[in-house]
Design a protein around this ligand. Structure first.
Ligand code: HEM
Ligand code: MYR
Length: 419
């Protein structure tokens, strides 16, 4: 076995605080310093390997080398992921649970969420006509919460949408927070889980009727490999694993708004173009802007990579943002160029805003197609269906803020339907 010393080490103290300070650039900064896409550091009191780039992503997603059990920090499990959910499963348990998620991503189901998105946008644009100013991020969170609940088949009243939006977004907005917000986020999770558990219980007992085609029904009656229904709590965690990230698509909608403003030439191409131009613009938004910073796993069995031995049990981070901006895979990575996706034949490992590898066999995001459908519809509305004006505001977003958003949330003035 090769000497472990060949892996550069971030010597000295725990780097957790430094990681929060440097945010999305933490891993790339050290890659540049050590001239190595793999290095060792210390995070949350543990020895941790960090990796970035297409080659590293191939290793990270090579089933068998890493496991997810006990990988995510407790704080992230208590807020973003939930305990007992698909993110922390391995092997056959993961395969079966993931199959449940992927079975919800049929063409009909995607068409369904797209038409729900269209309807929700229409409703909100109508509402905005009496308002001088709206904030795109705030409105998108509500629109996406409503889209998520409708698509999943969760009963709700119009008046409760704002509260759903707040609670669901608490789960991803504050996931990387170590302050009081962390506890607010935990409280939102407990509240949402309790309410969904009750719902699933009523459905199972036949006290509440929901359509059999809905994700709510399907998760409620999904059987794990032992042939038993999911525990109520696990079912609630997995239903939240659908409606929380759909709400999080609001972050990308906000970045669509920013890109349309910051890159007028590319914006003009979308406005004059059609489906293809929209697709390229959306891919570039997902590549260019920061959102999910890195994924996390533990070495499952000792192996050697980059001349160093990776020890079983060691925490490992794969940098998603850094890989999407890596100069080995992208020319002018820090420039916004939707055309790079024209005739693009990338691999499942170099463009990984929602994780890499295979959707069915690995942990790659189950909701990638949903995200694309919602963004396509949202970009169509922003460019084809409405006009608006951006007043003076602070549009800056920071790479040391996880998750990052333009400071103003993007204020839009005088939103009007076209035509
Ligand atoms: C997993 C990002 C939207 C459901 C993931 C992962 C990332 C990610 C990075 C982890 C990949 C890994 O562990 O290797 C995002 C981003 C989204 C988004 C940035 C944009 C808002 C969605 C949507 C859904 C969804 C809309 C569902 C409707 C899931 C699920 C997993 C997952 C269930 C766990 C998959 C597994 O562990 O096998 N997502 N996602 N996500 N995502 Fe998303
Ligand atoms: C989702 O809700 O699953 C989709 C988007 C969430 C983005 C959350 C960004 C903060 C993540 C912090 C730590 C991740 C450690 C594995």
């Amino acid at each position: 076995m090769t000497n472990d010393d060949s892996l550069p080490k971030d010597k000295g103290f725990d780097r957790s605080l430094q990681m929060l300070k440097e945010g999305y650039t933490f891993i790339r900064n050290r890659e540049n310093k050590y001239h190595s896409p793999v290095f060792e550091t210390k995070l949350l009191g543990e020895k941790t390997y960090c990796m970035v780039g297409e080659e590293a992503a191939k290793v990270f997603y090579d089933n068998g080398k890493f496991r997810r059990q006990d990988a995510a920090p407790k704080a992230v499990e208590k807020t973003l992921f939930g305990e007992g959910g698909v993110q922390g499963l391995d092997g056959e348990d993961h395969r079966q649970r993931k199959e449940m998620f992927m079975s919800l991503m049929t063409k009909d189901s995607l068409d369904d969420i797209q038409s729900i998105t269209t309807g929700v946008w229409k409703k909100y644009v109508n509402r905005w006509k009496d308002r001088e100013k709206v904030t795109l991020y705030d409105e998108s969170k509500k629109m996406m919460a409503e889209t998520a609940l409708t698509w999943a088949g969760i009963p709700f009243e119009e008046k409760d949408v704002d509260e759903w939006a707040k609670e669901l977004s608490d789960l991803f907005e504050k996931a990387a927070d170590v302050s009081i917000s962390h506890f607010l986020s935990r409280r939102s999770r407990s509240k949402a889980e309790a309410w969904i558990e009750e719902l699933v219980d009523e459905i199972r007992k036949g006290e509440r009727k929901v359509r059999e085609t809905t994700p709510l029904f399907k998760v409620s009656f999904h059987k794990d490999k032992n042939g038993e229904l999911l525990e109520l709590h696990t079912a609630a965690v997995e239903i939240l694993n659908l409606i929380r990230p759909i709400t999080a698509v609001s972050v990308y909608i906000t970045f669509l708004g920013l890109a349309l403003h910051d890159f007028p030439v590319a914006a003009e191409e979308v406005k004059e173009g059609g489906e293809e131009e929209r697709k390229r613009f959306i891919q570039e938004v997902r590549r260019y802007y920061p959102f999910f910073p890195f994924v996390i796993a533990r070495v499952d069995k000792d192996f050697t990579y980059h001349g160093a031995s990776f020890e079983e049990g060691t925490l490992t981070l794969l940098d998603l943002y850094g890989t999407n901006h890596h100069p080995d895979s992208w020319s002018k990575p820090d420039s916004f160029q939707p055309d790079r996706f024209h005739n693009w034949f990338g691999s499942p490992f170099d463009f990984i805003p929602q994780g890499g590898g295979d959707h069915e066999k690995g942990h790659r995001c189950a909701g990638e197609w949903i995200t694309l459908r919602i963004l396509n519809e949202s970009l169509r509305v922003l460019t084809d269906s409405i006009t608006y004006h951006l007043p003076e505001q602070n549009l800056k977003y920071e790479l040391n803020d996880i998750p990052s958003l333009p400071k103003s949330g993007i204020e839009l003035e005088y939103v009007k339907k076209k035509g």
